[in-house]
Design a protein around this ligand. Sequence first.
Ligand SMILES: Nc1ncnc2c1ncn2[C@@H]1O[C@H](COP(=O)(O)OP(=O)(O)OP(=O)(O)O)[C@@H](O)[C@H]1O
Ligand SMILES: [Mg+2]
Length: 356
Amino acid sequence: MSTGEPGADEVVLAARRVGKVFKTFERAPGVLGVLRNFVARKEIEVAALADIDLVIRRGETVGLIGANGAGKTTLVKILTGIVPASSGEARLLGRDSFQLTDEEKRRLALVMGQKSQLWWDLPPIDSFQLLREIYSIPEECFRERVAAFTRMLDVEDRLKIQLRQLSLGQRMKMEIIGAFLHDPEVVFLDEPTIGLDLVSRETIRGFLVKLAEERGVTFVLTSHDLEDIEETCRRIVVLDSGRVAFDGDLDGLSRRVSGQRAVEVHVDPGAQLDEARLAEVLRQHGGEVGSRAADAVTILVPAEGIRGLMPALFDALPVRDLSVERQPLEHLVREIYSSSERSGAALPRSDEVEST
Ligand SMILES: Nc1ncnc2c1ncn2[C@@H]1O[C@H](COP(=O)(O)OP(=O)(O)OP(=O)(O)O)[C@@H](O)[C@H]1O
Ligand SMILES: [Mg+2]
């Protein structure tokens, strides 16, 4: 890290009761509508965020997820000072995000999957040179980083090709390199893997994990690809219609949404199962049979019962192989959405907001 700030528990980012209401104009459809808009435009308010409380400490890797329109990009924009909050307070590196000094802005980076930060008509190496000037990166650090990052992201041989001629994945990798060149402490990545193939996504995930490990970079990543989040982030924040529906680690999410684990037990082919014994083991540990196949049985058990259940299963069955499956993040998130809908905690969606 470029600065020698102490304290791994230092708060780098804090939102307190942050709310955002966009004021916009309703557009009437059709040609007549366009004319009508000149005369009597109807102003409407879109509540994008409400009461967001969030504290992120140095070195945390946070996955920000939620459906389209949940408010992820808006939150990133508020936290980085691109747009002001309508209410509450967002602080980055100890200062109001909307009042960051140039010096503080240099300690961050923002990658937006939908927007290019590099110069479209230049080859990436020229853009990087410009960034080197802008951020006063020492020549040697610059050379080392360009070499290391292009190697890690597998784009070493693309540095001298005009950005506009690169593939989407290569371009995105260059954007990421550009964002990390000045050794930022806090990095925001808003859908950096959108539209990319699996190999590119995996390469980018590996890069982020490595940078977080080796340089202690704090990052906030949004993605609709939940595998990106699972593989790179230790903490997960789920936004649902402008509110935080969950904030914690992946295990916490599994526990909160559904404490169940699925244990898949493969037994020796053709073996006779001692059904009575299996039933007794399941009764003791609160498990139940989820499904059966030839030579395999899937057992559903509360997470806290798993420790006791495993040895008991080995005792009771001719176990050949056994695997415990955590629920995939996607299932968990779906459950979160439907449970917050049920509790009615969510804000009205923008299409439900009444005009004022
Ligand atoms: N400039 C704006 N003017 C009016 N409404 C806006 C503006 N920007 C965002 N919104 C609204 O705010 C809400 C949140 O949008 P936001 O872009 O933050 O969602 P998101 O979670 O990033 O979605 P996605 O996954 O599609 O990127 C949406 O209802 C959107 O229509
Ligand atoms: Mg977005």
